[in-house]
Design a protein around this ligand. Sequence first.
Ligand code: KG4
Ligand code: ZN
Length: 339
Amino acid sequence: MKYRILAIETSCDETAAAVYQTERGVCSNVLFSQIELHRQYGGVVPEIASRSHIEKIPYIVSEALTDAQVTLDDIDVIAVTNRPGLPGSLLVGISYAKALAYAKSKKLVAVNHIEGHIFSSFLEATPPFPHLCLTASGGHTSLYLVEDFGCYQEIGTTADDAAGEAFDKVAKLMDLGYPGGPRIEQLASEVGFQDFYRYPRLKKKDLQFSFSGLKTAVLYDLVNKGAYDLTKKKFLAGDNKRLHQEVASSFLVCMGDILVDRLQRAYSAYPAVKAVTFVGGVACNRYLADRVAQWTQSARCLCIIPPRKFCTDNAAMVAFVGHYRAQQGLFEDLTLDIW
Ligand code: KG4
Ligand code: ZN
């Protein structure tokens, strides 16, 4: 069946909508990022996120339709993220999607946000099955064995923080602002991505991740250097640019070693895989993307990393998953809820 899908994504701090058509692929991809609203709090404030989604969603959906040169009447299916995410934010998206589906008699498809990230690599490429997918974002970090559309299994995940969360927490320690990833990457690039402090790499034999130890190692390194007051929870070296650069760079290199190590292990454990994909907000990091690409080259394995606009949260990935779920006949009724 051919479908024209309108997708809605409001799981965290981006209000996003996209239109996807069987013959044309992504026809539009529109997004409002709430980063500026949350920056002063050093992280996403759920209440502010929900209110902003309510304010923006009608305009974002209408812009996505206009950009795709279609109207709501041309849409066959509404796809919406219903899990996982901030409950208040998810509710705005699914309530809006359900209202549209009811008022305009459209079919409704529910999409798992993580599945959206996993299949974001298909928006501009065609990864062969089976492949390994490393998903690293602010809320999740996992390795998946991807065998077909909608058919994937988690083979490793984080025992504590997500990779993006570790970037954000380390940046917060040094008052670098939110989100931390881009600032840490910038500082590390200024000193050539060198490993100054050799933060500990967790010696694990399985495919699990753990990043809270790395964050704690950075914290105690700053304390030992007299750059952080533990009792007042205060960074004391705001004017020491070199320290910022060295810590950021050492942290980033350590993160690169951990991610490549787990990919290597997974590749040995599943020798049938034909490709590796690296997705999620953390895959925007050029250094990490290069490390993953270099390793895949040495392993003679195909590497696919989506463009940045599809790595961070977006509705195009929700539309892609919504499209194959519609083709699989996986529709919902109006009792659809968030999980
Ligand atoms: O996928 P995403 O947009 O939202 C979630 O689903 O969480 O990922 C956001 C995360 C944030 O933690 C942010 O710090 C991280 O991705 N991030 C980066 C970079 N750009 C964004 N991490 C490392 N380097 C970057 N350049
Ligand atoms: Zn995400």
